[in-house]
Design a protein around this ligand. Sequence first.
Ligand code: FAD
Length: 408
Amino acid sequence: MPKDDSLSFLLSLELVPQNFIITFVLMETKQQYDIAIIGAGPAGCSAALTLQDSRLKVALFEKNEFPRQKICGDGICDRSINTLRAINPQYLEEFLSTQTYQKIRNTRIVYKNKSYVVDFKNFGYACKRYEFDNFLFSLVKRDCQNMSIPQNTAVTSLQRDSDGFVLTAQNNALYHAKIVLICSGAASSLARSASGASFDRNKMGVAIRAYYRGVKDLQEGTIELHYKKQYFPGYLWIFPLADGIANVGFGWHLGQPSQEKIQDAMYNWIQQDETLRQRFSDAQQISLLQGGLIPYNTTDFNCYGDNYCICGDSANLIDPISGGGIGSAMLSGHFAAQIAEKAIMTGDCSKNVTKEYAEMLRKRVQSEMKTRYSIQQKITNHTWLLDVLAFVGKQTKILNCIKKWYLE
Ligand SMILES: Cc1cc2nc3c(=O)[nH]c(=O)nc-3n(C[C@H](O)[C@H](O)[C@H](O)COP(=O)(O)OP(=O)(O)OC[C@H]3O[C@@H](n4cnc5c(N)ncnc54)[C@H](O)[C@@H]3O)c2cc1C
């Protein structure tokens, strides 16, 4: 925001206190919004799309420029698809008719050289995040023309005032919003500054991925999850994408007690396992191996307060077993937007209203997350349970149980 040239002139007159002038000038130059959404990933775009018909003044801030890369396994699960449909059924049709993807039909779980195929009806789609996120963002650009959508604009700090938050962006530009939806991804310092929560390594995974061409025996529509006791809840995945490309990745707990580097663990696994070595013998890694954090959900939902809601990875909404978070991110953005609109319309942006967002999440997400987290903890502490699961794995009941863990 351009500095007001008259400021130095007014100060030089020394007729009024400097603080007053500075406050006055800043108030004058701040853009005022009802709702500010920070981050245009799946959570932020879902929030923006949900607000497209509102008459409110909304801004969506994004620190990068689209299309932008997002490191991911590219598994777009059921919950993402259902949320897209809930926002507007037309969007799902558009996704299916314009994007490149593979429908996921089965999951192959591999443990100790044995594989178990779980048949997932309607699990979702494997689609590069570069494309999926750009698809969501282009819907926002097209259908939310009443919004302000600054790209290359990182919000660097949030400061509470009597009527909401003052947002400072790059170049010290200032904005004001009555309610802020923090959708800025994993380990968000903005979320921590609003909620006072601290960064907790014990609730964090880390994962890496690269694209490969020429991996043998990929089966169309079948994603693969390979497990080893020492890395649980982490696993190695191979997700086939369109055009013979596979997304190959590996994740583990951030506090994994291991001397290995994560990339060595992944490459060594592929090299030391005879079947995988054979399958990768002619494969070509066609991208960098890159990674990111996996803030998985434990049991606490630190996601709302006076004048704010926290969504997606910023609220640690990743599934503690599958590591999937796109669906919960989209659903949380969709819910938070509805509550933010209600808060503005009723003139009450306090936590009395924003807690309704947490309640919606609790009903739809938290009870299953709680179960999954307790399963994750039990298996992590008693890895022999994996042998038990593998032993009975061919039985339908157990497969259905595993299916439940992964279905979103
Ligand atoms: C290696 C890896 C593999 C994964 N695989 C899968 C998978 O297969 N399926 C699945 O469902 N999930 C997967 N996940 C998790 C998934 O990527 C996240 O759960 C999902 O991206 C969360 O969406 P979000 O909108 O909350 O955050 P993000 O997608 O991270 O979006 C946040 C956005 O905010 C912007 N931003 C950040 N800070 C600021 C700021 N200060 N100001 C303005 N903008 C800002 C960022 O540029 C970004 O665009 C994986 C994660 C990793 C690391």
